[in-house]
Structures are given as structure tokens and as C-alpha cells.
Design a protein around this ligand. Structure first.
Ligand code: ATP
Ligand code: MG
Length: 364
């Protein structure tokens, strides 16, 4: 998948920006506060209706304007899409169109245009919240397994129904809802477990030898926990915690509590790796997920990397760029103008300079 043209109006400090990106790597440079992350954010919005910086879309609208608009021409193989997204200030929602057809759900837009973002705003995969780790797993499954989104949505609806019943303190209906919940939960859990096995295998077999890290990737292990006590079924776990659930008015166990811990030679990595090493590992896990995704899907995701130079050292950045080139993916990467970016740009790739919200394509 390739973004061929991008037109951005009134996204943060970007008033009116048009660019024709390269199908391979696009370098975006500029000083602090020039608008680099805003540009990456606009690409995230046009492909998923989500920002990696905020859940409040009102923050994104340029402060002296009442609405923003993003338009993109995107091609996937022989198929061409014209995608539009705008937000009017009165409506606290996005208007999305693909080839003139209105799209009413962000998940539909995202399913057309897979996109992977690596940015400092995303909390740390290792030290961050379990929610962050669950969303890491769910990204692949959302795209690869076509029934996954529906499964998750059914699970959430059932969970909220069960929680309502818990609050009435009348346990008689719980048996029925436990069964429904377990049915969805087991399918979600199986998908997540399988994905983990595959991503870890990809990491060890296909990534370990491509990057230079100071620890032995082959000794990594990921302990996935389903969200309930191991060794028993969720149905049993729900019965065991029923009293506590009724007491507190919510469901303590289930896939909404799933998490994973990464260890190295049996020791939790959060206790031994340096901050930089944890960031490298996070990028490598994302790359492993990307490679796994590519084997399953016919459409290539777009990769967004905001401030990657703050995450990886020069050697690994070079290796990462080469991997993206080998995989023939489209990448947008931002960096401050302190970094000697010209040295990285190869033939066919583009360099854009952002200054106070204005974009200039630099001729190589
Ligand atoms: N809604 C908004 N309207 C106008 N300007 C905004 C809005 N939101 C943020 N800004 C400003 O837009 C500018 C660009 O922000 P952005 O995060 O894109 O900078 P950046 O180039 O990524 O900088 P850095 O190198 O520090 O990461 C900043 O000055 C920021 O304060
Ligand atoms: Mg930035």
C-alpha cells in the first residue's frame, strides 16, 4: 500500500500542506515544534481515524480554525482509493469517505489501510500498562483474523452485561452470561496465544540476525497470561471469583485482563535491560509483528516512525531502514535537523523539510 498524495489542512500548525511521497522512505526533518509529528499524526488519522498523541480530536484542529481536513490518494496493487477525513467543530466526530462513499466506523477505515506506528508517545511496551501490551497483540489480529474485531466487540458487550448483573447482586442469571462470555473469551485467547508463538518465532528466526543488540534474542521468552488463573478454564475461574465479582461489581478475570511478560534467561527484562535496550526490543517486536503480518496478508502496511532517532542507535537505524527497503514498504520517518539525515537518503527516497508548519521537498 502506498500513499501517492497527501493534502493536509489545519492539522495542528500545518495550515495547508501538499506532498507527493516516495513509495519507499520519506524523511521529514525540521526543528523542535516545526510540525513533523503533526505530519505523521495526519497520516495516522487518514489511515485509521486515530491519533497516537490524543484521544481528543478537538486538540488536533488548528487553534485559529474550526475544522481540519486530510485527503489522500492511496494505491494498493491495482486498486486506487481517494480517502477524505474531516472534523467540523460542531460535530465531535470524523466524516470519512473512501471513493466518495461515507464510512461510519474508524475500524472500517483501518481495515482498508493497515498502518504501524512507532513513536515515543506510545507507552513503553515493557514498562507500560497491560492495556498497551494488549493493543500490541490486537493490532495484528484485527487485520489478520477477519472475525477478531467482532469477537472483541461481542466479548466487551457480554462483559458489560455481566457487570450490570453483578451490580444487581442477583446471581441467578450469571450462569448463562458466564457461558456466553467464555465462548468468546476462549476464541480470543486462542488467537492471541497463537499470534504470540508466531511473533516470538519470527523474532528469533528472522530478526535476531538482522539487528545488533547486546543481549541474546534467542534466550528471550514471552510469558503470555490469558487474564485468568492458569491451569483452569475461564468458566471455573469465574465461578471461583463470583463472590468477589458480586462484591466489587465487576468481572475480575478474562481476556480484558490478559498481559505478557518478557524474560531473558528466566529473568524479567524490565529488571535487567537498560532503557535503550528495552526500546530496541520494542522496535524489534514491532518489526517481528510486521514480518508476520506480511506473510499472512496481501496488502503492505504503511510504517510511521516519529522521532526514531531518539529510540535507536545509528547502527540499528541503518539496519531498520535496510529492512524496510528489502521489504519494499513505504515509511515516513521524522527527525530533528540536528541529525545528518542526508547521509541516509538513497535514490528514489524523499526528504522533506518542515519549518513553522510549511513543507518543502528537498532536491537530492
Ligand atoms: N491545535 C493546534 N493548533 C496549532 N498549533 C498546534 C496545535 N497543537 C499543537 N500545535 C503546535 O504545533 C507545533 C508543531 O508540533 P509538532 O509536535 O508537530 O512539532 P515537531 O516538529 O514534531 O517537534 P519536536 O521535534 O519537538 O517533536 C508546536 O509548536 C505545537 O505547539
Ligand atoms: Mg515531534
Amino acid at each position: 500500500m502506498i500513499i501517492e498524495k497527501l493534502q493536509i489542512s489545519n492539522v495542528r500548525n500545518l495550515e495547508d500542506v501538499v506532498l507527493f511521497p516516495s513509495p519507499s522512505i520519506n524523511f521529514i526533518i525540521g526543528s523542535n515544534g516545526s510540525g513533523k509529528s503533526s505530519l505523521i499524526e495526519a497520516i495516522s488519522l487518514i489511515t485509521s481515524a486515530r491519533s497516537f498523541r490524543t484521544k481528543k480530536s478537538s486538540r488536533i484542529v488548528r487553534s485559529d480554525k474550526s475544522s481540519f481536513t486530510i485527503f489522500a490518494k492511496i494505491s494498493a496493487g491495482l486498486t486506487h482509493y481517494r480517502v477524505g477525513l474531516n472534523r467540523e467543530s460542531e460535530l465531535n466526530q470524523f466524516k470519512i469517505r473512501i471513493n466518495q462513499e461515507p464510512i461510519h466506523k474508524a475500524s472500517i477505515l483501518a481495515s482498508y489501510f493497515p498502518q504501524l506506528t512507532i513513536s515515543p508517545e506510545q507507552c513503553d511496551l515493557v514498562d507500560g500498562s497491560p492495556e498497551r501490551r494488549r493493543s500490541f497483540i490486537d493490532w495484528s489480529l484485527f487485520h489478520v483474523k477477519h472475525d477478531y474485531n467482532e469477537l472483541i466487540s461481542n466479548y466487551k458487550k457480554t462483559l458489560s452485561q455481566r457487570n450490570k448483573i453483578l451490580r444487581t447482586r442477583n446471581g441467578s442469571k450469571l450462569d448463562h452470561w458466564d457461558k456466553v462470555l467464555c465462548n468468546y473469551a476462549e476464541q480470543i485467547d486462542k488467537y492471541r496465544r497463537d499470534l504470540f508463538d508466531q511473533v516470538l518465532q519470527t523474532l528469533k528466526q528472522e530478526i535476531a540476525n538482522k539487528f545488533k543488540v547486546s543481549f541474546d534474542i534467542n534466550k528471550l521468552n514471552i510469558n503470555y497470561s490469558s487474564g485468568w488463573k492458569s491451569g483452569i478454564s475461564l468458566e471455573e475461574a469465574l465461578i471461583n471469583s463470583r463472590e468477589q465479582d458480586i462484591d466489587r461489581g465487576f468481572t475480575h478475570q478474562g481476556p480484558h485482563r490478559a498481559d505478557f511478560k518478557i524474560s531473558l534467561d528466566g529473568v524479567p527484562i524490565r529488571e535487567i535491560l537498560s532503557r535503550g535496550e528495552k526500546k530496541v526490543l520494542q522496535v524489534l517486536l514491532t518489526v517481528a509483528q510486521l514480518i508476520h503480518f506480511r506473510k499472512q496478508m496481501s496488502v503492505d502496511p504503511i510504517i510511521l516512525m516519529d522521532d526514531i532517532f531518539a529510540e535507536l542507535d545509528v547502527i540499528n537505524i541503518e539496519l531498520l531502514f535496510n529492512l524496510v527497503r528489502d521489504l519494499q514498504l513505504q515509511l515516513f520517518v521524522s527527525a530533528t535537523d540536528l541529525i545528518n539525515i542526508e547521509a541516509y537518503v538513497q535514490q528514489g527516497e524523499k526528504l522533506f523539510h518542515v519549518k513553522q508548519g510549511l513543507l518543502t521537498e528537498m532536491v537530492q
